[in-house]
Ligand binder design. Structure first.
Ligand code: ADP
Ligand code: ZN
Length: 807
C-alpha cells in the first residue's frame, strides 16, 4: 500500500511536496487526482504526481497528512502528466500551475481567508470608542458573521489594508481562518421522463392525458421540455409517476454551446488532384501510427480545410482522436460549421468565449471519451484525449497561438511536442508559414506539402500598391474609385485598418498636451461613440475633455486614425450604402461577431470596415474588393518579426478577395511601397519573402537561427524594480563569466518596450543562444539566483521563452 504522495501545488512554486496518506484513504489514491493539502497555514489544491512506499530520505519527520482527496477518478493521465512536465521544464513554470492551466477553469478549489469577530472584538464594538473606520469595518463583519478578506478589501479599498486586518488579528479582535472557496463547477443533471406503458384504470385529467400522450410518442422527454410545452406540469407528472405510467431518472447533460449552423451547409466535395497528392502523404503518416509531422503550405482558398477533414475521418476510422487548433475560434464560425456538418455531435469546442459551465462540460465530454474531436483556440492543445491520432494547427503562423500571460506557451510548438510524445500525425497549415516552421521543413524536420493553387483554378486576386506619400486624406483617389465601382457592381468590399477607436491620440496644438494612461506608457485612444479616452491595454477610461485642461485652449484635436473614424468617413463618402464595422468595440457582446458575418454573407453589408478580425479565414464569395488603409502600422512595430507579420497580414487580408465566381481586386495603401514585405505580398509570393527575410535573421542571429528567452522584471516601485534589474544584469554577466560566454549572448537589461504597463514598471533582459539546452540551463540558474533578489521587494520575474514581441 502506498503511504506517501508527491504533490504539485497549484501555486507559483517550482518545488513539489510530499504528504502522508491518511489511514482511511489508503488505496484510493491515483496519479492525476486532486488533493487538498495544508500549506503555510492554508489549505490548497494540488495534483498527485507520484505515489511512494516511503518518504524520500531526510524528510520523514516533518511530513504532514493530506487533508482530503478531491476526485474519484484522475483528471489527468500519465500521458498528460508527461506533457505537463515537459512544458514545466521548457517554459520554466511550476508544474502545478501548468497542470492547472490545462484544466478548465472552475475545477480547482482554492482556500480563502475568512474573517469573523472574536469575543473581544464584539465587546469592543458594543462598548464603543473604536475609531470611526475600525467601527465601520467591524460593523460590516458583524453584519455578515463571516466574510472573506477579499470581499472586505473590495468593500473598503481606501480605508483598510490587508496588513491592518492581520494587526487586528494579533490584537485578538479578529479571527482569520482559511476555508475552502466553494465555487467549483459541477456536472449538470437533467430529469428525464420515460414512458412505461400500462392502461389508465381511472380517468386521467386532460392535462395528464396530454402529457402522457406526448411522452408515449417520444419514448422519453426531458423534464425541461415538458415544462416548456405544458403549463406547470409538475403535479400532473407526479401523479402519472405515482400511477406507474412514467418513470423519472437523472441524466448528465451538457450545457451546450449550440453552434448555430445557420451558415450555408458544406457538402463533401471530391478532392482535387492536388488535394489527393497531399492526402496520400498524410494518410501514410496516419497509417504508420508514428510521429509524422507535415507543414502544408497552401495559398488562401486552396482547400486546406477539406484536407484536414479527410485526414480526421481517417484517424476516426482507426478509433483514434483529433485536436484541431484554430486561432481564436469565435472568429471563425464558418470553419466550425464545416466541421459540424461533417462530424455532427462528435465534436467538442474549447475556447475562452464559452461560459465556465459550458467550458467544463465540453472538457468533460472529451475526458469521458464521448467525443473524438476537439476544436479550439490555443488551450485546446490540453484536450484530455487518451488515443490521440492527429493534431492539426490551422494558420500555424498566427500570433494568437502564443499565450502572453502567466504560462507563456506557444500552442503550435506544444502541438509538435504532444504529437511527438504520443506518436501522432501533425499537420501545420498556412498560406504564410512562420519562418520557423518553413525553416524546419527545409531542415527536414517537417515534411513540406503544398497546395499551390486555389480550388477550381480560381486566380489569386490582383494586388496593387498605392504610394500615399503624395495623397491627402484617408482614402486615396484609387481607393475611392475602386469602392465606388464595386458598389455599382453590387459587390462587397472589405476595408482593413489595424487600429480601433476614432483617433490614436488627442493633442492640444497650443500647448502640446497629449493624454497618457496613468498606468501604462501609452497615449489614450479617442472613441467618438461615447466621447471617451481609453487605454487599450488596461481599459482605463475617462471622458474626453472639451478644452485643454492645461492651457484651456479650444482646439484639442485627434491625430492618427482608427476604424471608428474610417467607418464615419466611408459613410460620408457613400451615403446610400450599407457600411458596418467589425472590431473589438462592435463585437464585445456575445454572438455579435457571428451576426455581422451573417449579414455579410446574406448581402446586407456593402462595405465592412474592420481590424484584423476581418482577416481570419472567412470565405465570402461576393467579396471582390479588399482595401488596406495603411500597411505600415505593423511594419514599424519594435519587433524583429515585424516584416514577417506585415507580410502575413497583407497576404491573408488580400486572400479574402475573389473567393467566389468573380475576380478579386486588392489595394494596399502605404508609405513604404518598395518594402519587400509589401512587394512580396503583392505577388502572393511566400517563398520569395522567405528568401529575402531569412538572410536578415541569419546575419543578426535571430530565430530560427537562435533561441531567445526574455527575463522581465516588474514591480509597483520604480526605484526598487530598477535596483533589482541592476542586480539581474550583474548576475547575468557573472553567469557568462562562469562558463556561458561561449554560446549565450545577453542583451540589456533595459526598459521594456512598454516601460510601464497596468501600473507596473518594467525592465527586461534578453538571452540569446544557439543551443536551446544551454540557454535553458542558463535561464534556470539565473531564475534561481534571482529568487533571493526579488523576495520581499514587490518585484516579480517573468520568464518568456521564445518571446514574440521584443525590442
Ligand atoms: P483554405 O482552407 O485553403 O483557405 P478552403 O478549404 O476554405 O481553403 O477551400 C476554399 C473553397 O474551396 C471552399 O469554398 C471549399 O468549399 C472549396 N473546396 C475545397 N475543396 C474542394 C474540392 N475538392 N472541390 C470543390 N470545392 C472545394
Ligand atoms: Zn493603461
Amino acid at each position: 500500500m502506498k503511504e506517501i504522495v508527491e504533490v504539485a501545488v497549484g501555486l507559483p512554486i517550482t518545488k513539489t511536496f510530499h504528504y502522508r496518506i491518511p489511514e482511511k484513504m489508503k488505496g484510493s489514491f491515483q496519479i492525476g487526482m486532486r488533493v487538498l493539502v495544508p500549506f503555510k497555514g492554508r489549505k490548497v489544491t494540488g495534483f498527485t504526481i507520484d505515489l511512494l512506499d516511503q518518504p524520500p530520505k531526510g524528510i520523514e519527520e516533518k511530513l504532514r497528512e493530506v487533508e482530503d482527496l478531491l476526485d474519484d477518478a484522475p483528471l489527468i493521465d500519465p500521458q498528460m502528466l508527461r506533457f505537463c512536465r515537459w512544458i514545466s521544464e521548457y517554459y520554466l513554470y511550476p508544474l502545478g500551475e501548468v497542470i492547472k492551466a490545462g484544466l478548465p477553469p472552475g475545477l480547482q478549489l482554492k482556500s480563502e481567508l475568512i474573517l469573523s469577530l472574536t469575543q473581544e472584538g464584539m465587546e469592543r464594538l458594543t462598548r464603543g470608542g473604536l475609531d470611526p473606520i475600525q467601527e465601520k469595518v467591524f460593523r460590516e463583519i458583524e453584519r455578515h458573521g463571516k466574510i472573506s478578506l477579499k470581499k472586505m478589501l473590495k468593500k473598503f479599498p481606501a480605508e483598510v489594508s490587508r496588513s491592518q486586518f492581520f494587526s487586528w488579528k494579533r490584537q485578538s479582535l479578529l479571527n482569520i481562518d482559511a476555508e475552502i472557496e466553494d465555487k467549483e463547477v459541477k456536472p449538470k443533471f437533467e430529469k428525464i421522463v420515460h414512458y412505461k406503458g400500462g392502461e389508465p384504470a381511472k380517468r386521467l385529467s386532460k392535462k395528464q392525458a396530454e402529457i402522457l400522450n406526448w411522452v408515449r410518442e417520444k419514448g422519453e422527454v426531458s423534464y425541461s421540455e415538458l415544462s416548456k410545452r405544458f403549463k406547470s406540469p409538475s403535479k400532473a407528472i407526479q401523479s402519472l409517476q405515482a400511477s406507474g405510467f412514467i418513470s423519472i431518472s437523472k441524466k448528465e447533460v451538457s450545457r451546450d454551446f449550440s453552434v448555430q449552423s445557420d451558415l450555408k451547409p458544406y457538402p463533401k466535395p471530391e478532392p482535387t488532384s492536388d488535394q489527393e497528392t497531399v492526402l496520400a502523404e498524410i494518410l501514410k503518416g496516419i497509417h504508420s501510427k508514428r510521429f509524422s509531422p507535415f507543414l502544408i503550405h497552401g495559398v488562401t482558398g486552396s482547400g486546406k480545410t477539406e484536407v484536414y477533414l479527410r485526414a480526421i475521418e481517417e484517424v476516426l476510422a482507426q478509433d483514434r482522436e483529433a485536436i484541431v487548433l484554430v486561432p481564436e475560434i469565435s472568429l471563425t464560425p464558418q470553419l466550425l460549421s464545416r466541421f459540424k456538418d461533417r462530424f455532427g455531435e462528435n465534436l467538442a469546442l474549447l475556447h475562452s468565449g464559452l461560459g465556465r459551465g459550458e467550458r467544463y462540460d465540453q472538457w468533460r465530454k472529451i475526458w469521458k471519451g464521448e467525443v473524438k474531436i476537439a476544436m479550439g483556440a490555443r488551450s485546446a492543445i490540453f484536450a484530455p484525449f487518451k488515443k490521440l491520432g492527429i493534431i492539426i494547427t490551422d494558420e500555424e503562423h498566427d500570433p494568437s497561438y502564443k499565450q502572453e500571460e502567466k504560462l507563456k506557451y506557444h500552442a503550435r510548438d506544444l502541438a509538435v511536442v504532444r504529437a511527438k510524445q504520443v506518436e501522432a500525425t501533425l499537420l501545420l497549415g498556412s498560406a504564410t508559414p512562420s519562418l520557423e516552421s518553413f525553416y524546419n521543413a527545409e531542415q527536414g524536420k517537417f515534411r513540406l506539402l503544398s497546395l499551390p493553387e486555389r480550388i477550381k483554378g480560381k486566380p489569386l486576386p490582383h494586388v496593387e500598391i498605392v504610394d500615399i506619400k503624395k495623397e491627402e486624406g484617408l482614402l486615396s483617389e484609387k481607393m475611392r474609385t475602386a469602392l465606388r465601382k464595386n458598389i455599382e457592381d453590387k459587390k462587397q468590399s472589405l476595408l482593413f485598418l489595424n487600429r480601433r477607436g476614432f483617433a490614436n491620440f488627442i493633442l492640444c496644438p497650443e500647448c502640446g498636451l497629449t493624454f497618457k494612461c496613468p498606468n501604462c506608457s501609452v497615449t489614450l485612444t479617442y472613441h467618438l461613440r461615447d466621447h471617451s479616452l481609453q487605454c487599450h491595454y488596461c481599459d482605463y477610461r475617462i471622458k474626453a475633455p472639451g478644452d485643454c485642461p492645461r492651457c484651456e485652449g479650444h482646439r484639442l484635436h485627434g491625430m492618427g486614425i482608427g476604424t471608428e473614424r474610417l467607418e464615419q468617413e466611408v459613410r460620408t463618402l457613400f451615403p446610400h450604402t450599407q457600411v458596418e464595422r467589425m472590431d473589438h468595440d462592435t463585437t464585445s457582446r456575445r454572438r455579435s461577431h457571428q451576426k455581422i458575418l451573417k449579414r455579410l454573407e446574406s448581402g446586407k453589408i456593402d462595405i465592412l470596415v474592420g481590424t484584423q478580425m476581418i482577416v481570419k479565414g472567412h470565405d465570402f464569395p461576393n467579396v471582390t474588393f479588399v482595401g488596406v488603409i495603411s500597411a505600415d502600422t505593423s511594419l514599424h512595430f519594435p519587433d524583429f518579426r515585424s516584416s514577417e507579420r506585415t507580410f502575413q497580414l497583407l497576404t491573408q487580408v488580400a486572400g479574402r478577395a475573389g473567393r467566389g465566381e468573380f475576380f478579386g481586386e486588392v489595394l494596399i495603401q502605404t508609405f513604404n511601397p518598395d518594402h519587400y514585405s509589401i512587394q512580396r505580398a503583392k505577388d502572393h509570393d511566400f517563398i520569395g519573402f522567405y528568401q529575402e527575410e531569412i538572410p536578415f535573421r541569419k546575419a543578426l542571429e535571430y530565430p530560427p537561427f537562435s533561441r531567445l528567452i526574455n527575463f522581465r522584471l516588474s514591480g509597483n516601485s520604480e526605484k526598487r524594480t530598477k535596483a533589482v534589474t541592476e542586480e539581474m544584469g550583474k548576475i547575468g554577466q557573472s553567469l557568462l563569466k562562469s562558463g556561458y560566454q561561449k554560446g549565450i549572448e545577453i542583451l540589456g537589461p533595459s526598459t521594456a518596450p512598454f516601460a510601464k504597463m497596468r501600473g507596473k514598471f518594467r525592465w527586461q533582459m534578453l538571452a540569446k543562444g544557439k543551443s536551446s539546452q544551454l540557454l535553458h540551463r542558463f535561464a534556470q540558474e539565473l531564475a534561481s539566483r534571482m529568487e533571493n533578489e526579488t523576495k520581499g521587494k514587490g518585484v516579480s520575474l517573468d520568464i518568456d521563452v521564445d518571446p514574440i514581441f521584443i525590442l
